[in-house]
Design a protein around this ligand. Structure first.
Ligand code: AHG
Ligand code: MN
Ligand code: MN
Ligand code: MN
Length: 307
């Protein structure tokens, strides 16, 4: 309809959250303020990403993070912006970032009741060629307001109160079954049997259905974004070299699994529902299979056969 082509009644995250807030008499606006600081961080990173080439923000920062990955300049800059935005919101207590080895405990005068886990820039290998990258975050409520503890960041994913991502570069219900599989097939020789069987089925289905298409961007945000809109399955499985896969539980696996379930899909680790995992370390990794409900059912069945 032509009215949709020129929308003038602008909906923003802040407007949406304020509107939700007004439906809850007991709410005091803390979550709204926290979210608006996250949005502020995303806006800054978005503009930094857009002018990265001109502003000399492309390339390596020269340091290695706790995961052993070389940090890009934009990884470091985005992390600093998010940490400062979150601390200054006055609503956070504990922060866990991919780029910081230790959890950050917010100084007492700036403390609030939320714990935020985040990947400031996901898909950093795609920065220099302009392919979609993003930010991932998850939010927990801390247990004891007066005394924030590391355990506040190590709650199972199902206890997150919210999660989200923002994609840079360019309301979902996900189809029950999709036509796309998404995985780094370069690791195939190290896969376990169920993963190998599953991908084989995607390519050579025996039930008369048509083969799935392969789409793999290499930025989780972008691969999961596509999965939310088009359906199908995204896999970062365990392999012989990386027995826990690559993706980090707190700020990659949990938030994206949370969103996938909210949209009607599923997220599975190869052993259990991803959101049931109870992390022991802040930078812990886990294999992950997430996407359309029926597609994830299939991989679950293959792992069950193994038992
Ligand atoms: P990050 O850039 O935050 O370190 O995350 C990279 C992750 C994730 O975005 C993506 O799904 C995966 O690495 C891609 O890994 P491969 O290059 O091994 O396929
Ligand atoms: Mn990284
Ligand atoms: Mn990432
Ligand atoms: Mn990252």
């Amino acid at each position: 309809h032509s009215a949709d082509a020129h929308r003038t009644d602008l909906m923003t995250i802040t407007r949406f959250v304020l509107n939700e807030q007004s439906k809850h008499a007991e709410s005091r606006g803390d979550f709204t303020i926290l979210l608006s600081h996250i949005v502020l961080g995303c806006k800054f990173v978005c503009s930094a990403v857009n002018k990265a080439g001109l502003a000399k923000l492309i390339g390596l920062a020269g340091e290695t993070n706790v995961q052993g990955e070389e940090q890009k300049k934009l990884d470091v800059l985005s992390n600093e912006v998010f940490v400062k935005a979150l601390v200054s919101s006055g609503r956070t207590c504990i922060l866990v970032s991919e780029e910081d080895e230790l959890a950050i405990v917010v100084e007492p005068s700036k403390r609030g009741k939320y714990c935020v886990v985040f990947d400031p820039l996901d898909g950093s290998s795609n920065i220099d060629c302009g392919v979609s990258i993003g930010t991932i975050f998850g939010i927990y409520m801390i247990k004891d307001h007066s005394e924030p503890k590391l355990e506040d960041a190590l709650q199972p994913g199902k206890d997150m109160v919210a999660a989200g991502y923002c994609m840079y570069g360019s309301s979902c219900t996900i189809p029950k079954k999709g036509k796309i599989y998404s995985v780094n097939e370069g690791n195939a020789r190290n896969w376990d049997a169920p993963t190998a069987k599953y991908v084989e089925k995607c390519k050579f289905p025996k039930d008369g259905s048509s083969a799935k298409s392969l789409r793999y961007i290499g930025s989780m945000v972008a691969d999961v974004h596509r999965t939310l809109l088009y359906g199908g399955i995204f896999l970062y499985p365990a392999d012989k070299k990386s027995p826990n896969g690559k993706l980090r539980v707190l700020y990659e696996v949990f938030p994206m699994s949370f969103l996938m379930e909210q949209a009607g899909g599923q997220a599975f680790t190869g052993k259990e529902r991803a959101l049931d995992l109870v992390p022991k370390k802040i930078h812990e990794r886990s294999p992950i299979f997430l996407g359309s409900y029926d597609d994830v059912e299939e991989i679950k069945a293959l792992y069950a056969e193994e038992q």
